[in-house]
Design a protein around this ligand. Structure first.
Ligand code: GTP
Ligand code: ZN
Length: 416
């Protein structure tokens, strides 16, 4: 259990009143998508469900066409038959590395008009985006055999994290120009200075990795990541690695709590190979983000699943770790059987980010059914009267350990 900070509930609650008002402001900000980013606009367009096939919409001060599925298109005369579909592996300034459906890697620029759709131009494309692009120069074709290139592309995805390093210049077969960005789902954002920055798009699943020992399990970290998965509407799966180091019986109570809430919990060992076949099957055909504190075995699991990936397994000091986790640069590593994983320093250990205190209970599946029955609409389920959540805890409809976890999430993470 995480350490308490010695605040009284009254102090804690007082401090949170301000937070709740902040939450309302944030919500207002989100409700004016035309002043925000493409994904906000697209999301709003999809949610509005007005049903026109295409329509003009003012985004970032300019009138644009928006498809019925929310896709942004430069102009409808773009001849899609000459375009190649691909997914963005990484973004480097104005250029993106795009893995084409033909399994070649392209260095792509983005049409200026697409960039102008975003108020924050740096954020126009992110790893995981699905795009349509036009091939412009084929200078590099043939420098590597197809199979050499397939292996090298995976290493390129692994990039700096790979023990072998990227070999991008040799494997890019051509330049390209991105003409269209497909609508996004499963967006992981990071808030900074009041703005949402998307750091991964089209995330189908979030692999929450903990380890049974070295380091031991910290339920509050798992809970935080589950909240983020719920907030981003991304399917979570909890992996407990290094089970070779403990007697599994010692984990059963914890596994039982999460399993009874309907979460998938998978005990694994990168060392003995336990359940790696299951994990491999899960990762197939999905874009999965990996999260978990340093040293739990994220790189080891990936290396075991995809031999030849060569991700560096860390033996680094705590001091070095701090530096490694400051960047949010996102990379998508394609796997040989069609899946892909995001190995994004910014996602690995994420905190609560922009989740407000008032939102936490609604993101916990066992607390959620009660929150609307509290007397006060802004109830934080702490010291308030007539609180349906606390009543449910009192008569054991909510597991007391989960209410405890809720209090820890609020006290330890939101009142920092
Ligand atoms: N016994 C045992 N050791 C493991 C297992 N998985 C990983 N390790 C060891 O744990 C250490 C850390 O593994 P990494 O794969 O680098 O962990 P990581 O989560 O990628 O760490 P960061 O890159 O710092 O985020 C290494 O010494 C691994 O050999 C496992 O299943 N069992
Ligand atoms: Zn309440």
């Amino acid at each position: 259990m995480a350490k308490k900070k010695g605040k009284t509930r009254a102090e804690f609650r007082k401090k949170h009143q301000g937070r709740v008002r902040d939450a309302d402001l944030t919500r207002q900000f989100r409700q004016r998508p035309e002043e925000n980013s493409i994904e906000d606009a697209v999301q709003a367009e999809r949610l509005s469900g007005k049903g026109a096939l295409t329509r003009k919409k003012t985004i970032a001060g300019a009138e644009r066409e928006v498809d019925d599925d929310g896709g942004l298109q430069v102009d409808l005369k773009v001849d899609q038959t000459n375009l190649v579909q691909g997914r963005v592996l990484s973004v480097h300034g104005l250029q993106s590395k795009v893995l084409g459906q033909d399994d070649n890697l392209y260095a792509c620029s983005t049409r200026q008009v697409l960039k102008s759709l975003a108020t924050d131009q740096r954020g126009v494309l992110v790893a995981g985006d699905r795009v349509w692009f036009r091939i412009e120069h084929r200078d590099g074709v043939g420098r590597m055999s197809a199979s050499q290139r397939a292996g090298a592309i995976r290493l390129e995805g692994a990039g700096e994290n790979s023990a072998l390093g990227g070999q991008s210049d040799q494997i890019v077969v051509a330049d390209g120009m991105i003409e269209r960005i497909e609508p996004r789902h499963g967006i992981i954002c990071r808030a900074s200075r009041g703005k949402q920055h998307v750091i991964a798009a089209n995330v189908d699943a979030l692999l929450i990795i903990a380890s049974a020992a070295e380091p031991g399990i910290k339920p509050v970290l798992i809970d935080r990541m589950l909240l983020t998965a719920a907030q981003c509407e991304i399917e979570p799966i909890i992996v407990i690695n290094k089970v070779d180091l403990v007697d599994f019986a010692s984990l059963q109570a914890l596994v039982g709590v999460y399993a009874s809430l309907g979460y998938r919990v998978l005990p694994t060992s990168a060392e003995t190979g336990q359940n790696l076949e299951y994990l491999r099957a899960f990762l197939k055909q999905r874009q999965t983000a990996l999260a978990g504190q340093s040293g739990v075995g994220k790189s080891s699991l990936l290396n075991a699943i995809e031999p030849g990936l060569g991700l560096a397994v860390s033996h680094v000091s705590a001091e070095n770790q701090k530096g490694r986790h400051t960047t949010t640069a996102s990379r998508l590593i394609p796997l040989s059987d069609g899946g892909a994983v995001f190995d994004t320093p910014g996602i690995r250990q994420f905190q609560l980010w922009d989740i407000e205190a008032s939102e936490v209970a609604g993101l916990m599946p066992d607390l959620r059914p009660y929150v609307s029955h509290c007397r006060y609409p802004n109830c934080l389920h702490l010291a308030e009267d007539d609180c349906a959540v606390k009543n449910a805890v009192a008569d054991a409809r909510i597991d007391a350990r989960r209410y405890d976890a809720y209090c820890h999430l609020l006290e330890d993470d939101l009142v920092a």
